[in-house]
Design a protein around this ligand. Sequence first.
Ligand code: ADP
Length: 304
Amino acid sequence: RILVLGSSNTDMIIKLARIPRPGETLLGGKFTTAAGGKGANQAVAAARAGGDVAFIARLGKDMFGDQALAGFKADKIDTRHILRDAKTPSGVALIFVAGSGENSIAVASGANARLTPADVRAAEAAFPGSKALVMQLETPLPTVAAAAKLAKKHGVAVILNPAPAPSEKLPPALLRLVSILTPNETEAELLTGIKVTDDTSAREAAQALLAQGVETVIITLGAKGAYLHNARTSGLIPGRKVKAVDTTAAGDTFNGALAVALAEGRDLPGAIRFANAAAALSVTRLGAQPSAPARAEIERFLKT
Ligand code: ADP
């Protein structure tokens, strides 16, 4: 069993020729909605990859929250620890995508910002017996820290995906509770001041994070794959070659699949190969949650 704690958003996307300027109204856009939010993306990716997943989150008591909840249930996610907020709307992201591919995104966190340490403690029953707790930084940091503490208490491994990129260094007390930290190149640079451009700089950045108390660091490197580093081992696990269509939520799919593989007892390099395969499949398809692959697809792809 895997716990995921984090955000759920509804992405509302308008594709149009260019991004409107302040004060301007542009007609002729095409509208789509997609389930998103890093926490929800990771929970869905883990469930599709074959995990028994419980999601800890907060939604509003509105239509968007209803839709998100129905989506989690369709993916057989345990929703007993999802709270509903009567006074605050569900999280939404309003996204403009221009013909050039450039985008402009505004997020109203809504209920996500109201997930509290007390909410986490109320979900303590979910922790004993769980293999991993997966978190990101789209919910308040004190809540993430409280969950990491509870995970430690119950012997649950903490996987922290430090995304979106934090504006300041993470508290050392939190990093010391992290079993696996999974930054991308940008996040690794923000957390260490070391620009990740190749294996040598990836290793340096990972080592700097180890020095901050993390047990294992996995820096995701886009199409190149992921760099694994801890006290025992260090090296690149190459990514899978695919035709990229939309890299939205590649990192989320990676984290969800990684947790499943580790919970099943694969070793770190094996779990990263599984996660690379799942994430590569997700970039061949559009959207956040819609792009997460099913277990059977990942296994078929791993055999090729
Ligand atoms: P994020 O989406 O968080 O920025 P990355 O871009 O590092 O993270 O991607 C996460 C993972 O997704 C990579 O480690 C890799 O496994 C996979 N991935 C991303 N982009 C591609 C790509 N173009 N081709 C194949 N795999 C990819």
